[in-house]
Ligand binder design. Structure first.
Ligand code: BGC
Length: 554
């Protein structure tokens, strides 16, 4: 069985560059103020031109919308806000015709409290099979070891339900009851949901909140063996029925726990590397590489058919769960002085404001994102340096409409401004009249055009997606350098994390005799010889070099 067209290698995710889209905020095709699937189709050529190869679409299913669609009330439909199943099929066809893959959400852990399964369960007699679809208790002190994730909003993982006369379990908002994976019909139902989306032709599924499927007394109720056993069943089914499709684990965990979502190459194909992300910001601020190298050293090897997904920002707060308390205080102090910017254990800001709207820092961070081992995930709008809106609640400030042009409503929608799904950013520094795709297309040195060029360079070198990574001493803690190698393709990445000019001297003796050629300009640098290889970089500068054999003498 298979749906849609899926040409190319089955491990396409290794060479991919993923672009994360919030469909309601991307482009409104029918003038109702809300972005939609037809609007996304109309903007696919923009994404091809940008140079990404896969789209990750935030939740599309019908939902009361109290957690931006992560509160699902029907797993097999499409929310009327964004369109119909037919529109989704049209999007898949249009994307595949352009060589773009499409990844959608699989919200396994919980439903909306409006989902018919929950409505049925709360009315069903205690202990009956229908009741068992969710996790109930008379005693709200069970599973005490489980932390509260939305700590700014929820005081307990249990909420009393009058109808059921019992407490129900939820790891997120109280209106998102957790499904009970100990109940076989739940497991079967979710496997059927997987079949439904793959049959439609989606190329990958992001497994939302996957560590929390089971709960057990005396544990943290995260990463339990039962969860991994279920994932192995899920993967076996995908391998049997859905060739070339991908599963991406959203497991916000320490590296040693996160790698377990790859299993022995028999669970998820990909997993987000959560702990790396805050350490990139830490390294930028401290102007030293150690936070990055330490976490990479702590990251176990992964099975050959697997790949990390790397990101700088996404639709959630920049989570600081995977750092120590001291590091969190440091990052809050340095990146979120304004208490309004803090949310749960994180920072609710976009990339540009986090990086002080400093072009050098944005380039350096993107260069790292696109060259470290893994598949990069870009968040919509960050390619033009969009700002955010702290006046909006929860995480909405980083979910505002895409800024396409200086025209009415930033070219996002022809609707009356008051009807927009979320307000446009009007902070003078990031105002949509200035920061938008049209303006940046015209300016050859814009962030958008720079990002396009960087993506084109990346696409030429399989080493970025598939290569080994060898870290190289550069003579100072302020620099970070590494070589990526894959089947004769060799790339040297050198970064100066400091705000000052720096002379560097790189230990490259194992590549002696090769010539570093800078990729943007094709300029040949001196051949790597005996001793250290010297190079100087400007403040927060970086270079990508291809390591080439010397040209034969004329
Ligand atoms: C998603 C969030 C969502 C949560 C609950 C996450 O990990 O990324 O946006 O609120 O799951 O579904």
């Amino acid at each position: 069985m298979s749906g849609g067209s899926h040409a190319g290698p089955s491990d396409w995710y290794k060479d991919a560059v993923i672009y994360e889209v919030r469909v309601p905020s991307f482009y409104d095709s029918n003038g109702d103020g809300c972005g939609d699937l037809r609007g996304l189709i109309a903007r696919l050529d923009y994404l091809v031109d940008l140079g990404v190869s896969a789209l990750w679409l935030l939740p599309l299913c019908p939902s009361p919308g109290r957690d931006d669609g992560y509160d699902i009330s029907d797993y097999e439909g499409v929310s009327p806000e964004v369109g119909t199943l037919e529109d989704l099929k049209a999007l898949l066809d249009a994307a595949h015709a352009r060589g773009l893959r499409v990844i959608t959400e699989l919200v396994l852990n919980h439903t909306s409290d409006k989902h018919p399964w929950f409505q049925r369960a709360r009315r069903a007699p205690k202990g009956s099979p229908d009741r068992e679809w969710f996790v109930w208790s008379d005693d709200p002190s069970r599973y005490k070891g489980a932390r509260i994730i939305f700590s700014d909003f929820e005081k307990s993982n249990w909420t009393w339900d009058d109808e059921a006369q019992a407490y129900y379990w939820h790891r997120f908002y109280h209106h998102q009851p957790d499904l009970n994976y100990d109940h076989a019909p739940v497991r079967d139902a979710m496997l059927a949901v997987v079949d439904h989306w793959f049959a439609l032709g989606v190329d990958g599924l992001r497994l939302d909140a996957v560590p929390y499927l089971y709960e057990r007394e005396g544990t943290s109720s995260e990463n339990l063996p039962e969860t991994h056993a279920f994932l192995k069943t899920l993967r076996a089914r995908v391998d049997e029925r859905w060739e070339g499709r991908m599963l991406l684990a959203e497991a916000n965990q320490w590296p040693e726990d996160a790698v377990k979502y790859f299993g022995d190459g028999d669970e998820c194909h990909m997993a987000f590397h959560f702990p790396l992300m805050p350490r990139l910001f830490m390294a930028m601020r401290r102007e030293e590489r150690r936070p990055i190298t330490e976490i990479l050293a702590r990251t176990p090897d992964i099975p050959a058919n697997c790949q990390w997904a790397l990101f700088l920002r996404n639709h959630d707060e920049l989570t600081l769960e995977m750092v120590t308390g001291e590091e969190r205080d440091y990052l809050w102090r340095e990146y979120a002085r304004d208490p309004q910017a803090r949310l749960n254990l994180g920072i609710r800001r976009r990339l540009a404001p986090l990086l002080f709207n400093d072009r050098r820092r944005m380039e350096l961070m993107n260069a790292l994102l696109l060259s470290l081992p893994g598949t990069p995930v870009l968040y919509y709008g960050d390619e033009i340096g969009m700002g955010d809106d702290l006046a909006l609640g929860d995480r909405n400030g980083v979910r505002t409409p895409m800024q396409w042009s200086p025209d009415r409503n930033a070219g996002f929608s022809p609707a009356d401004g008051s009807k927009l799904v979320l307000p446009l950013v009007t902070d003078p520094e990031y105002h949509w009249q200035t920061i938008n795709v049209e303006n940046q297309r015209r300016n050859e040195s814009s962030l958008l055009n720079w990002t396009r060029r960087l993506l084109r360079l990346r696409a030429k070198h399989p080493a970025f997606g598939r290569g080994s990574a060898i870290f190289v001493d550069a003579g100072t803690e302020h620099a970070f350098a590494f070589v990526r190698e894959h089947e004769g393709d060799r790339v040297l990445v050198v970064c100066n994390l400091s705000r000052f000019y720096r002379p560097l001297s790189l230990e490259l003796s194992r590549w002696k005799g090769l010539v570093p050629v800078e990729m943007f300009g094709g300029v040949r640098f001196p051949e790597i010889g005996e001793g250290r290889w010297p190079v100087s970089l400007g403040p927060r500068g970086f270079c990508w070099f291809e390591l080439k054999p010397p040209e034969p003498a004329a």
